[in-house]
Ligand binder design. Structure first.
Ligand code: NAI
Length: 483
């Protein structure tokens, strides 16, 4: 079986060489096809950070094993890591955080075992990077949470939890504040939970979750979160088990999957052969299991755990009173420990499964629709306007444009209502949301909204607008704070 390998930037080549040497020494039945991705590919003029040949190879092989890649700083350049995850729809980011004996942490010293798997939605949320500056003072990000996208990752998390034999699966969210976006994610979680009655499914607000993770990490098993919250919570979990040097990551999709370490290119130590290859090795071990190479995965993981148990370490962790090994010597020690079993947490050595490499060829983009559309009516519009005037003056002008079809309902600033009622203590910025709704809930059409748009544009710069939809009696929009 062939996989695509991108060594990456910074410490990437050093740690990737170390891991591939371990795989080769263990006679892992894989061929490695090197592909061109990363900062140096950006520098050659490929704006998405990969060559067309690299894209073709990855799409034909279906597996990418990658080192960390640098995102060039500066405007307009997108992260190749995020591009890869999004382009190939690796919707579930699985990160496993387990106590590693030999890695000293406050929890290992207290005898508190940790075995937490974070499943983070990997495509949507603010990571779409869809951002605009409607005025010089205001930057906006569009946060996409979709029903099909949420269902994909949540179903994956439940299936994985069932296979792993976990008892508890938790949804982390902020649905108390972001009622529509996180609310949708949470609804999907509880909907999927009904199909898994044997799993204890619960939800915890994300700030409370962070507190509970640092006080009682042993009470959690599998946690599923949206993209940004999942990113933050998973780094917190990395801290619980010893830091980013021990945090593997698998980006799972239906057709293409990407395996990488959570950490970045560590430019401060690049080129010195001192980086810790453990996180990339653990990611590689997860890849071997994903491919069915169970025996190789277990033998290599047991050798790694045994090595850590012996107190062998690179410079970033372990006992400062014992000398550290460099990257290649650390890898060589793991190789000499093949066949040895750690005292704690030994992995059962199961036989390799037959591996077949089939990448399902697609000839068009899959359209994900998860729900029959409900009867929809337009009942208003939010007009986001630029103005540095006071709310009463804006209201006076807007009332002139409301005409016979619209009521001016309210005006808000940064989500807080400032007209018809509000407080003079609410600070204002120069972008307002002016909400118009139809008189007596009468259904509107887009022409009505365009008429209002044209009229209002005589008085204001309209930065953007959003239709206010209703499905049956359900409002498909949020209320302003204080409305
Ligand atoms: P970083 O993870 O590269 O480094 C943070 C700190 O951890 C540094 O002190 C570094 O020396 C240390 N460190 C990281 N990995 C280590 C290892 N394996 N062994 C020993 N020490 C290690 O994070 P930073 O500095 O924020 O990002 C550097 C670059 O990496 C940026 O360009 C960023 O965009 C990129 N990056 C790429 C990722 C990926 O490819 N998936 C993920 C995160 C960052």
């Amino acid at each position: 079986m062939k996989i695509a390998v991108a060594k990456g930037d910074g410490i990437g080549p050093e740690i990737m060489d170390a891991v591939i040497n371990i795989f080769k020494a263990n006679k892992v039945a894989l061929e490695y096809e090197m592909v061109d991705m990363g900062k140096w590919v950006f520098d050659k003029g490929f704006s998405n950070g990969m060559t067309p040949e690299a894209k073709h190879t990855i799409e034909s092989l279906g597996i990418l094993f990658k080192g960390p890649m640098e995102t060039p700083k500066g405007k307009g350049v997108k992260s190749v890591n995020v591009t890869a995850r999004k382009t190939w729809n690796t919707y579930a980011n699985k990160r496993v955080f387990q106590t590693l004996h030999g890695v000293d942490t406050v929890f290992s010293r207290a005898g508190i075992p940790i075995d937490i798997t974070i499943v983070r939605e990997n495509i949507e949320d603010t990571y779409g990077g869809i951002e605009h500056m409607p005025t010089h003072d205001v930057a906006l990000s569009r946060r996409f949470i979709t029903r099909p996208g949420s269902l994909q990752v949540i179903k994956y998390a439940f299936e994985m939890a069932k296979k792993k034999g976990t008892k508890r699966i938790t949804c982390g969210h902020k649905a108390n504040i972001m009622k529509l976006t996180d609310g949708l994610f949470l609804d999907c979680f509880h909907e999927v939970a009904k199909e898994y009655p044997d799993l204890k499914a619960d939800d915890v607000i994300v700030d409370d979750l962070c507190m509970k993770l640092v006080t009682r990490p042993d009470t959690f098993d599998v946690i599923v979160l949206t993209n940004l919250q999942g990113d933050i919570v998973s780094d917190l979990c990395a801290g619980l088990v010893g830091g980013l040097g021990f945090a593997p990551s698998a980006n799972i999709g239906d057709h293409i999957s990407i395996f990488e370490a959570v950490h970045g290119t560590a430019p401060d130590i690049a080129g010195k052969n001192i980086a810790n290859p453990t996180a990339l090795l653990l990611s590689g071990i997860a890849m071997l299991r994903h491919l069915g190479l169970m025996e190789n995965a277990a033998v290599i993981e047991n050798a790694l755990l045994y090595t850590l148990e012996q107190g062998v370490h690179t410079g970033d962790f372990g006992d400062k009173n014992t000398p550290s090994l460099n990257t290649s010597d650390f890898a060589a020690t793991i190789i000499t420990n093949f066949g040895k079993m750690p005292q704690l947490g030994a992995r059962p050595v199961l036989p390799n499964m037959p591996v077949t490499q089939t990448v399902f060829k697609l000839d068009h983009n899959p359209m994900l629709v998860s729900k029959e559309m409900e009867k929809e009516k337009i009942v208003g519009v939010d007009m986001f306007i630029e103005s540095a005037e006071q709310p009463e003056i804006i209201a006076k002008k807007c009332l002139r444009h409301a005409g016979v079809k619209f009521n001016l309902i309210n005006i808000s600033n940064r989500g807080t209502q400032v007209w018809p009622t509000g407080s003079v203590y609410t600070n204002l910025v120069n972008e307002y949301n002016v909400r118009f709704e139809s008189i007596d809930d009468f259904p509107l059409n887009q022409q009505d909204v365009l008429g209002l748009y044209v009229s209002l544009s005589g008085d204001f710069k309209i930065c953007s607008s959003e239709l206010l939809n209703k499905w049956g009696d359900k409002k498909a929009y949020s209320l302003a704070q204080g409305q």
